[in-house]
Ligand binder design. Structure first.
Ligand SMILES: *Cc1c(COP(=O)(O)O)cnc(C)c1O
Length: 452
């Protein structure tokens, strides 16, 4: 492909993508294919002679689209939102065009400098304490990671290095391996699985701190496990607090946990992968109160801030903790006073409350966790089997798409407001659909029940 053809095909691709997104509502949100569907549709090995671009292009609708789950459909209510927007798509194109690898300042100065300044902007937008910003000569600052999972891992490894060095300076007779064997990390029993995985990769113990009735970790719960573990000779070194847990969007109590971590010399990392974008809104910023006690904080603009995957923003109070742990080149810094004019879209919150109200008006259903942002956890009053059957009938009908979670012993349906284009009418449609399927299900369910 030469530049002339790239111009032509590029314009066609832009049209294809614009058509796809404009008409995405008409596509079935979840595909009909079975596992292994794709292999028989394409050749066993790469062709010796190239196909024309037209033929390759045709395969998108023929082979790929039938196996795509349409995350940007307004009928997609599963997992969590995946951000995408036209400006972000254009930026990705530019990024591909420049195609540089910014591993050091000199490898491409604009990469490092833009990243540092943008993360100061973003940090100011969520009103992070000054200590987390790079500014002209600050000790903190932000860095982009691929995912929240990576950010947690980086924070845990930095904390591990810091603690090992501290313990060795106090007790030089201990080897690194002996210290590692006594380190313990902590996170809520509601934390994302990536926290446990970070500890596995970091080769340290991790313990669940039990959450309370609202699925939040409070200070006394952490205090209890810390006291037990310290008495047993272990070294607590890392606590990952979650703001906006994945199962039900609960919030750990930072204002209680932070002072404990500071006093005990425990690195507090805050995983706000989904919820973090909401803190830009003054009415949600209070959920981040207590961040001043944290060592590191992370959220995903690729979830709820219209930036395409992958873009996970991480801030630390002391850049030297990361740089020292991984021997990275120091970031080169520049202060920027201009405030961002980025407009974010928090209709998701209004729409989730709309859905919540619809659920609450139907006596057959219950809400299972407080609705704070764009996630509603709900279920039919009744057995887990009944709710599994309801979820199956919803997902089999393929009009909308949902995934479940467990909250304690309950099987719960998660309704996450995801698409940028989702409107009140889609919410109403989704609820009418769920409610009708519930009516049908309950009819047959009761009949079967009587027969038994
Ligand atoms: C989505 C989510 C994650 C995982 O995010 P990745 O960027 O995919 O690693 C971790 N923690 C929480 C609280 C999340 O909501």
């Amino acid at each position: 492909m030469d530049a002339a053809e790239f111009r032509k095909r590029g314009k066609e691709m832009v049209d294809y993508v614009a058509d796809y997104l404009e008409k995405i509502e008409k596509r079935q949100v979840f595909p009909d294919v079975e596992p292994g569907y794709l292999r028989p549709l394409i050749a066993d090995c790469a062709p010796q002679d190239p196909e024309s671009f037209e033929d390759v292009f045709k395969d998108i609708e023929k082979i790929i689209m039938p196996g795509v789950t349409h995350w940007h459909s307004p009928y997609f209510f599963a997992y969590f939102p995946a951000a995408s927007s036209f400006p972000a798509l254009l930026a990705d194109m530019l990024c591909g065009g420049i195609g540089c690898v910014g591993f050091s300042w000199a490898a491409s100065p604009a990469c490092t400098e833009l990243e540092t300044v943008m993360l100061d902007w973003l940090g100011k937008m969520v009103n992070l304490p000054e200590e987390f910003l790079a500014g002209k000569d600050g000790q903190g600052g932000g860095v982009i990671q691929g995912s929240a999972s990576e950010a947690t891992l980086i924070a845990l490894l930095a904390a591990r290095t810091k603690t090992i060095r501290q313990v060795q300076s106090e007790k030089p007779e201990l080897t690194k391996t002996e210290i590692m064997g006594r380190l313990v990390a902590y996170a809520s029993d509601q934390a994302h699985s990536s926290v446990e995985r970070a500890a596995l990769i970091g080769a340290v113990k991790i313990k669940n701190v039990p959450s309370d009735d609202t699925f939040s970790v409070c200070g006394s719960a952490l205090r209890k496990v810390l006291d037990e573990d310290k008495a047993a000779g272990l070294i607590p070194f890392f606590f990952c607090a979650t703001l906006g847990t994945t199962p039900c969007c609960s919030f750990d109590k930072l204002l209680e946990l932070g002072p404990i971590c500071n006093k005990e010399n425990i690195w507090m990392h805050i995983d706000a992968a989904y919820a973090g974008s909401a803190f830009i809104c003054p009415e949600f910023r209070h959920l981040l109160n207590g961040v001043e006690f944290a060592d590191s904080f992370n959220f995903n603009p690729h979830k709820w801030l219209l930036v395409n995957f992958d873009c996970s923003a991480m801030w630390v109070k002391k850049r030297s903790d990361l740089i020292g742990a991984f021997k990275l080149e120091p970031l080169y810094l520049q202060h920027h006073h201009q405030e961002s004019g980025l407009v974010t879209d928090y209709r998701h919150v209004r729409l989730s409350h709309q859905f919540e109200h619809l659920v609450l008006q139907d006596e057959r259903f219950e809400i299972c966790a407080e609705v704070v942002l764009g996630l509603v956890c709900f279920r039919l009053k009744g057995s887990n089997e009944l709710n599994k059957a309801l979820l199956k009938s919803i997902n089999d009908a393929k009009k909308i798409h949902l995934v479940p979670c467990h909250l304690r012993e309950k099987f719960v349906l998660r309704f996450a407001v995801c698409s940028r284009t989702v409107e009140s009418t889609h919410i109403k449609f989704a609820w009418q659909h769920i409610s009708q399927l519930a009516t049908d299900l309950l009819k047959t369910w009761e009949q079967n029940h009587h027969q038994q």
